[in-house]
Ligand binder design. Sequence first.
Ligand SMILES: *[C@@H]1O[C@H](CO)[C@@H](O)[C@H](O)[C@H]1NC(C)=O
Length: 399
Amino acid sequence: MFSKELVTLAGLALVVPQVWAGFSSSSNKNVAVYWGQNSRNQATSQTRLADYCSNSEIDIIPLAFLNVIVNPTTVNFANAGDNCTTFPNSNLLSCPQIEQDIKTCQSTYGKTILLSIGGATYTEGGFTSASQATTWADNIWAMFGPVQSGSSLHRPFGSAVVDGFDFDFETTTSNMAPFAERLRSNMDAATAAGAKKFYLSAAPQCVFPDAADHEMLDSSARFDFVMIQFYNNWCGASNFVQGSSTQNAFNFDVWDNWAKTTSANPNVRLLLGLPANSGAGGGYVSGSQLDAVIAYSKQYSSFGGVMLWDMSQLYANPGFLDSVVSALGNSGGGSNPPSPPKTTLTTVTRTTTTKSGTSPTGSLVPQWGQCGGQGYTGSTQCQPPYKCVSQSVWWAQCQ
Ligand SMILES: *[C@@H]1O[C@H](CO)[C@@H](O)[C@H](O)[C@H]1NC(C)=O
């Protein structure tokens, strides 16, 4: 990755070495990979955070997830949680190893480390009022932002300070806009007072508008980047039609239009979210389909790179990250000649499906949730009275 944040080694007067990494709002080659959920779900498939930070092809690592916001606040990092303890009289994890690794990833490798809030197991539904939302935005900021002397709140990552927050709500929430707006203003106030730059991102599903996240996405909170899940849904990358200037299913154009006309930050970067392996989500793409969907998306000026779910799946799929980076680096060509962006709105059905691998297995899938398709590993049983209906080789849903 190029033209990224300059990282200096503390204590040295000289700027050595020059490490170019981290999110860049002027780059269309950002690569984000989620860590924490061990979606591959094998004991050895997720190791500690710092093990991945020397990978120069990765710029952004969202830590997944803070899955309970309102007291008792809970972080969940699958098997990485085994290396944490809990604070006294609390369920909250204390994770000195992650604390140490966040610092290493930031200072040695220049990575942008976000705390991702939400996930498939988040069930609070947001906040009962705007004032409860702002109270918890302040608390989350005190727990994961710059250390505040005098705060009695526990800090799961100790003195490590994340580079910002990612929102990944997958069910409908209330009062999420004031939560996002307050976090953003806390971040901006700290930066104005001399702290580093902080980032806000979100990971909606490609279905537009995203039922869970659209309230905050359309709020006055400025998002730096949005990592759209182009999988598990009809609008995903697997339904991109190579060589066609009109896309009936794949809807990057609709999100590009949102970025330019609705987003509080008209320069918001949109990342193409993809499964990192065939088992990581419905609609895995590779080879010429991967190259073509990236080449097509790159023609939109809001395009900012690729997001992959998740690290454990990526590292079990050798060569895939190289092919993503190489497609990002190629300036067009391939089998899909660039065509003028269109503005046709695509009508698609909202699903409540979660990322594969994060939903409890054996549970009943709600209406519109995914219950089958190539690569899908979750529950195939629908809540009554719905039946599992196949839509494509990639996708079956409860309806
Ligand atoms: C837990 O800690 C051990 C010892 O440092 C490390 O090797 C391992 O990768 C850690 N596991 C996770 C999932 O972070």
